[in-house]
Write a protein that binds this ligand. Structure first.
Ligand SMILES: [Mn+2]
Length: 346
């Protein structure tokens, strides 16, 4: 079967996805590295069953994909599974496969509208988001398993395939807790690991493999990747706090911080809020961009302040441009300049 190279391959994380062939167990479960121990076991391309799994790029999506792997491994021989992390705001690109699964991806104008690009004998779409419209026509090869009342997609996958073994139960629990914000340490760790792989634009198939193996305690290469990401985040946080000035202006506590490139504006504002309990947080980026945020109980109009620097936005969150590059060298001076400018208007 001719398969059009997925267009995601370049832009996304499909590069180097291991071909999974249950014919050789080692190939499947080797931390994502495709190791063919026995060359004679290799199956000619035309005899393989090609399966695409489109999963939402979060923990519910990942756990859903790992359940599918368990099911497919049991049911089919000579499989090639291609896992594609996906966002419901994207369109499906043209592919051909024997079977396609779509899990934890909402039926949106984009996904529904691009469905004709997916060519397969069967397409099984399992999801728990509300459809954007109730009267949609789907092609005959599409089987819908949609239940917006389900707390997670992984739970629907479990029900659909009647999976009640211990590993499946654990996987379902993990994905469901993530989607319902029961952020226990293990759930948080997996969410962080997922984020790590998203940010590094790495192939997430090893995560799906680890889950399907029942390796819920993160270990080995995954653990090392996670730890180095968390260390990087911690260092970035320390940098931010070392480059933070807190001032009282007419009874308002204002924190101004210089964000390192590894932290986004909103991550930085969250850290400033938590660590300084300031009413207003101003985050500066090296390029001179400014973002303004406030504590939930604050009534300070941030738009008025942002306008001092020609910025815009809302009363509760705004942005502006300082107009000059900010570095650790001139940060203190810049912060004082900001404080005195704000003092003039409040
Ligand atoms: Mn979900």
């Amino acid at each position: 079967m001719e398969v059009l190279a997925p267009i995601w391959a370049g832009a996304r994380t499909l590069v180097g996805i291991p071909a999974l062939s249950p014919a050789s167990e080692d190939a499947v479960f080797n931390e994502g590295k495709h190791v063919e121990k026995n060359k004679e076991k290799q199956v000619p391309e035309e005899k393989k069953t090609r399966v695409f799994v489109f999963y939402h790029h979060d923990l519910d999506g990942l756990t859903s994909a790992s359940l599918l792997l368990l099911v497919l491994k049991k049911e089919k021989e000579n499989l090639e599974i291609i896992f594609v992390p996906f966002d419901p705001n994207e369109e499906f690109q043209k592919i051909e496969a024997n079977e396609i699964f779509i899990v934890d991806i909402a039926i949106t104008p984009k996904t529904w509208g691009s469905l004709q690009n997916l060519h397969a004998n069967t397409i099984i779409w399992i999801d728990h988001h509300k459809k954007f419209s109730e009267d949609l026509k789907f092609p005959e090869n599409v089987q819908l398993v949609i239940d917006p009342a389900s707390p997670s997609a992984v739970m629907l996958v479990q029900k659909y395939f009647a999976l009640n073994d211990e590993i499946s139960q654990k996987i379902v629990e993990l994905g469901t807790k993530a989607d319902t914000w029961v952020l226990e340490p293990l759930v948080q760790e997996w969410m962080n690991l997922d984020t790590t792989y998203s940010i590094k634009k790495r192939d997430k198939t090893p995560l799906i493999l680890a889950l399907a193996q029942g390796k819920l305690e993160i270990s080995g290469r995954l653990r090392r990747t996670l730890n180095s990401y968390l260390r990087m985040k911690e260092n970035a946080k320390q940098y931010l706090l070392e480059h933070t000035v807190v001032r009282e202006i007419d009874g308002y506590t204002i924190a101004i911080g210089l964000a390192p490139s590894k932290l986004s504006g909103s991550e930085s504002a969250d850290i400033l809020l938590k660590e300084t309990n300031s009413e207003v947080q101003i985050v500066l980026k090296y390029q001179g961009w400014m973002s303004f945020r406030r504590r939930k109980d604050s009534t300070m109009n941030l738009l008025t302040i942002a306008q001092l620097w020609g910025g815009g936005g809302h009363e509760y969150a705004a942005g502006g441009d300082f107009g000059k590059h900010v570095s650790s060298r001139n940060f203190k001076k810049v912060a004082e300049e900001i404080v005195s400018k704000i003092s003039e208007v409040i």
